[in-house]
Ligand binder design. Structure first.
Ligand SMILES: [Zn+2]
Length: 137
């Protein structure tokens, strides 16, 4: 089956869906979905490198949508000025630089709390590269 035949088959199968969406909306939604998949994939790779749950003491949040990367030394602004990017491009930058040390996984709540407390979080357990965390999470 050629590519054109596959497209025709898909179009016939999804005729109703195509009627509902204008061409612009359809292609726009495809682009957004692809962007979302890419962003989630790069974030998942970064979380796999830095940890898959919040490293604040006693938290244990592990839903990826609730997690973010935190600059342990609070030097994120300087790093962004140096060109590491934000969002998905930051995750790509991290991969390109072989996931450098200096970052940890926090949930958004604890990241905000750390920021509110002037850059430190009491009882935070930081991951040391190559040494797995121990504890009752
Ligand atoms: Zn947390």
């Amino acid at each position: 089956m050629t590519t054109k035949e596959r497209h025709l088959k898909w179009r016939n199968k999804n005729r109703e869906k195509l009627r509902e969406l204008s061409a612009q909306e359809y292609y726009s939604s495809r682009g957004q979905a692809a962007t979302r998949r890419y962003r989630l994939k790069t974030k998942a790779a970064a979380l796999a490198a830095y940890g898959t749950f919040c490293q604040a003491s006693g938290c244990g949040e592990s839903r990826s949508e609730a997690l973010c990367l935190d600059h342990i030394a609070n030097d994120g602004a300087a790093q962004r000025r140096a060109g590491c990017g934000v969002g998905a491009s930051f995750y790509v930058w991290l991969k390109k630089h072989n996931y450098p040390p200096g970052l940890q996984v926090l949930c958004h709540q604890h990241n905000f709390e750390k920021q509110s407390l002037g850059g430190s979080l009491p009882d935070i357990r930081t991951k040391v590269a190559g040494i797995p965390l121990t504890g009752g999470y």
